[in-house]
Ligand binder design. Structure first.
Ligand code: SF4
Length: 268
């Protein structure tokens, strides 16, 4: 039995739920999380600011980590009726879960709530990944940097993942997807000097919204399942977030250069 299967079997019998929250989010209100990774922290990135603490399984390989029946059982037992939206997120990159499309279809059928996918965009250049998430009402795509050097330093991707592939994947999704597509960027002082080039990429993608996030929360020193949905404090901060004035300045400049809706926690 593989380590993932052992963990899955152990947690199947007594572990916490694959559904968590609802938690309050400044972007979408009360959000109920579905965690399709669950058995560990699993992602194709290891972002320097990741609030999961540590990505234990760094992989690009898609597979089923938790059976759909288990997720649906947890969803039925959760407080889904209180949520504004149901988010596919959790302990890593949700599009790595090969049953994401199936879970989304069944979750929609049960709840009739809007569905949100939060993705690191690394796999959107694969047509089957895009097809799997087309039923989402909203998709938030991470794009932290548009040059390889900054991208590699900040997001620490698995081998073979490039900025070029990510931009191509998001652009292809934009053409195929009729729902609400937002770009999420972790704003650091580094981005400040590249706003012109970043604006050009955004204008080509044409998202409905650009969300500026800040690396303001401490990063736990270790992974724990409770870290999904926001860390519980402790740990350290590796990146110094820009000040409120700097954020507002960059927000205005990006909005002016792109003509797009640009939001941050300071101005929405
Ligand atoms: S993409 Fe998300 S889950 Fe993956 S390492 Fe980055 S912040 Fe963490």
């Amino acid at each position: 039995m593989s380590t993932l299967n052992q963990l899955n079997a152990a947690q199947e019998s007594q572990g916490p739920s694959t559904v968590y929250g609802p938690v309050n989010s400044w972007r979408v209100g009360l959000s109920l999380g579905i965690d399709l990774l669950y058995v560990n922290s699993i992602c194709s990135f290891r972002c320097v600011y990741c609030q999961l603490g540590k990505i234990n399984v760094h992989t690009s390989k898609r597979q089923i980590f938790v059976p759909t029946e288990r997720v649906m059982r947890d969803l039925r037992a959760s407080e889904w009726e209180a949520a504004d939206i149901i988010s596919l997120s959790g302990n890593g990159e949700p599009t790595l879960a090969a049953n994401i499309g199936e879970v989304m279809r069944q979750a929609k059928e049960l709840t009739r709530k809007p569905l949100l996918v939060l993705t690191n965009s690394a796999h959107l250049d694969q047509p089957e990944v895009r097809r799997d998430i087309l039923t989402a009402d909203k998709i938030f795509c991470k794009l932290d940097a548009i040059d390889e050097e900054t991208f590699r330093w900040m997001d620490r991707p698995c081998e073979g993942i490039t900025v070029e592939g990510i931009i191509a994947g998001i652009s292809a999704l934009r053409l195929e997807y009729d729902g609400y597509l937002a770009i999420q960027t972790m704003l650091t002082r580094i981005n400040r000097h590249r706003l012109g080039a970043f604006s050009e990429v955004l204008k080509r993608i044409r998202p409905d919204e650009v969300q500026l996030n800040l690396p303001s929360r401490p990063i736990p020193t270790q992974w724990a399942i409770e870290n999904r949905g926001g860390s519980r404090g402790g740990g350290t901060r590796l990146l110094k977030p820009p000040s409120k004035d700097e954020v507002l300045e960059m927000q205005e400049e990006l909005a002016r250069k792109t003509g797009l809706r640009v939001v941050s926690r300071y101005r929405q």
